[in-house]
Design a protein around this ligand. Sequence first.
Ligand SMILES: [Zn+2]
Length: 353
Amino acid sequence: MLMLTDNERLILNELAVAATPLSKRDITQRCGMGWATAVKLMTRMEEQGVIVSSGNERQNQAGKSAMVYALSSTKPAAVGIDVEYSRARVNIRNLSRECLFESELSTPQFKNVADLTAFLERLLRQAAQKAAKLGITLEGGGVGVPSHLFGREGVPFAGIAKDLAARVGMPITVDNNIRCFTAAIASLPAAPSSLLVVTIRSGIGVGIVMDGRIYQGERGCSGEIGHFPVERNGVLCRCGKTGCLETVVNRETLAAELAAATDGDKVSQKKVKAAAELLGRAVATMMLVLDIRHVAIYAELGEAGQQLLVPIRETIEKTVNPGFDCDVRYETLDAEAYVAGAARLVLDEFVRR
Ligand SMILES: [Zn+2]
């Protein structure tokens, strides 16, 4: 397996963020390291095959030409697997966020953890065969699985990962899909180092990024604000309680109301505002507890979902302390990020932000 020093990981991160080839001089400036160190490290990294001289020489400010370097497209590379209730997707990805291979299949019915593990083992072996054909050495696999795949008792992420790693002979990480999604968002060049990633789908997911690391929680269940009770005598939730936030605020309940609200229906406009306020208060509570001021909300609600942003932002601003300087964004959710982020769980080991 590929072993890199902290400074080498820093160089890879700069090349990934720049998204354009950089000279050794650029690297010394961006990474704050000396010339001799940069030359030594980059020579070693080129020998290891993680960076490649892009062949083009570029004129620098002094008029001299300098060789420029880029990330290798095949090393490091990792498998990402996203298991949803109906579909499972497999990608092989690199640090440039490129997809080198993809496949998709139906998710079978799993009776137990052993079933799921056997399914994942099969997908990982197929991906490894594909990688070998493409001349790619895999550094590991990341897998995203819904926490409630087997109903109320959670999926034992760490146990499955350990078992799979022993079977396929490479490092494996298994985690909740929301943390895979969060890993993809946190890897974007402009992402802040501390951030709450909120997803609105059939439930509410929250990924917590603190100082560049994704917080998993003691039981692997961090960010479960979807299960905060908001309604007395509410409907039964998949967690076993009633009246949870995500039974009131979710894609299904919001989609119809948003459409009617767009057409000017006053009752629906009120319902949308009320839902946004419930979510806003829950998110603001997390912001206050964790002292995180950046929030990115992603929903599968199309253009109409944009109506949620203003009432969510206003509720958050009213709930947090004055001067908190909140940064709340809203975007349409791209499901591609789940499988990309699963690979990212492995690839993040090779960059240092
Ligand atoms: Zn619940």
